[in-house]
Design a binder for this molecule. Structure first.
Ligand SMILES: [Cu+2]
Length: 473
């Protein structure tokens, strides 16, 4: 433990610190076979067409993240990391019979989906599900796109240990491809001696954000997926890391963003690289090129959480360079491209003149170990009161030297500007990076009344109190 903490405090001179496997008689390391691109959804237990019913049980689980050592204090939904893919269509009812198999209270939060407040799984809004208890989450799917679920109690520990799952919410007119791949991006901090999940950090490390030393795609560092040259892949990406921003490129391939957090864009947006802060999602279309046997990697480049001038000493255990997240292998069979005809019926129409209901001010005091929104640290915060069901502006102002991914529960929004400039990728969002000393302007219809949380999605910051709640009336 001491060693790992010390190692994190050393200057960034050691490069990629992916640990070596450790000999362990109790572990049963198996190399991961190459999988065909695609996914198998969770079994729908209800025969009715308009209902998808699943069972979800969270419990301790041992898993090999790709190092060859079983992590003895992992957690999983239904014994899988990530948990099962929930596939639903807009208009269907999703019923989840949830069992909390942990020895402490927990919830399920449906990140990004507009659900009734009593189904949101955030602490203020509902009774927690006690250890060993059950709860039936039930709501209608309103929003097409790529979402995810995770606990909203002990969040920074539970997500590090593997508790997260994917939600593919289908639009009736969305493009359908064989190679539809929902991927949870994550990093995990392993103790370099034991190869187990490193203990919870000191307050100082919590302020800096817990950056891991192993990058994973769907719970493994060694994931390999076979694709066909010529076929179109829809790569659905969610960043489930505690603090890491992923900055992604795909070797030799052109990427087009076709959906953001809250669903499909009206257009394809070509990008050279894709930055996703914790909690953010995107769907990327790729028409694969290459020869059979080619191996093409999804690469992650270093993203500095702090303003360069302010914090030159920021340390990333993955080093300063690029690191692979997963590998795609071009198979022997050829595929054909799928035209991207994108649904457009759901897109925002804000003018930028919406009256600003509130300005959130994010700040931190490194020496005092405090992170705040509007000068308050959760839970000692007054509510923000706003009128609902009308076009409403918000401003998020970052007075600190660090990036903060700002997440709103319950109501989606459009980003009008980041530091005065309209973003390259539009569409509905629920989580947005607010750069150091930067300002973001948002607009929302606020069509989901209730009491909702807002917080930084660097999970250590949320734990330290960078959170609050707003009442939509
Ligand atoms: Cu933060």
């Amino acid at each position: 433990m001491l060693l790992s903490v010390l190692a994190l405090l050393l200057p960034a001179c050691t490069g990629n610190k992916v640990p070596d496997p450790v000999e362990d008689d109790t572990a049963a390391p198996l190399p991961l076979p190459t999988e065909r691109c695609g996914f198998t959804p969770a079994t729908d237990l209800d025969p009715a067409d308009d209902v998808v019913a699943i069972e979800l049980e969270q419990a301790p689980f041992q898993w090999d993240p790709g190092t060859g050592t079983l992590l003895t204090d992992g957690l999983a939904y239904n014994g899988e990391i990530p948990g099962p893919v929930i596939e639903v269509e807009v208009g269907q009812t999703l019923r989840t019979d949830f069992t909390n198999g942990l020895d402490y209270d927990s919830t399920v939060h449906w990140h990004g989906l507009r659900v009734p407040e009593e189904m949101d799984g955030a602490i203020r809004m509902m009774d927690m599900v006690p250890a060993g208890g059950t709860f039936a989450y039930e709501f209608t799917i309103q929003d097409a796109g790529f979402y995810w679920y995770h606990p909203h109690m002990a969040t920074e520990q539970d997500l590090e240990r593997g508790l997260y799952g994917r939600i593919v919410a289908r639009h009736p007119d969305e493009p359908r491809v064989d190679c539809d791949l929902p991927v949870v991006l994550d990093d995990i901090l392993l103790d370099e001696d034991t190869q187990q999940i490193a203990p919870k950090d000191t307050d100082h490390m919590q302020l800096m954000g817990r950056l891991g030393n192993l990058l994973m795609a769907n719970g493994r560092s060694d994931r390999r997926v076979e694709v066909k040259a010529g076929e179109t892949m829809l790569l659905r990406l969610v960043n489930a890391a505690n603090a890491r921003y992923f900055n992604l490129t795909l070797e030799g391939q052109a990427m087009r963003v076709v959906a953001s957090d809250g669903g499909w864009l009206g257009e394809e947006v070509p990008v050279d690289n894709l930055v996703l802060g914790p909690g953010e999602r995107a769907i990327v279309a790729v028409d694969w090129t290459g020869a059979p046997g080619d191996e093409l990697r999804l690469m992650n480049a270093r993203f500095r959480l702090h303003d360069d001038d302010a914090h030159m000493s920021e340390y990333d255990p993955m080093g300063e360079g690029e690191n692979p997240v997963m590998t795609f292998v071009i198979g022997d069979e050829a595929g054909t491209p799928t035209p991207m005809t994108l649904p457009t019926d759901d897109l925002p129409a804000f003018t930028g003149d919406e009256p600003v209901a509130h300005t959130w001010v994010l700040d931190e005091e490194m020496k005092a170990g405090i992170v705040t929104i509007d000068g308050y640290s959760y839970p000692d915060v007054p509510p923000v009161m706003v009128m609902g069901d009308m076009p409403t502006g918000f401003v998020v102002q970052n007075d600190s030297e660090m990036h903060h991914p700002f997440h709103l529960h319950g109501n989606r929004f459009q980003v009008l500007t980041v530091d005065g400039v309209a973003p390259a990728v539009g569409g509905w969002k629920d989580t947005i990076d607010v750069p150091p000393f930067g300002t973001v302007e948002l607009a929302s219809q606020l069509d989901n009344p209730g009491e909702w949380m807002f917080h930084c999605h660097i999970l250590e910051h949320a734990e330290l109190g960078m959170a609050g709640f707003f009442m939509v009336e």
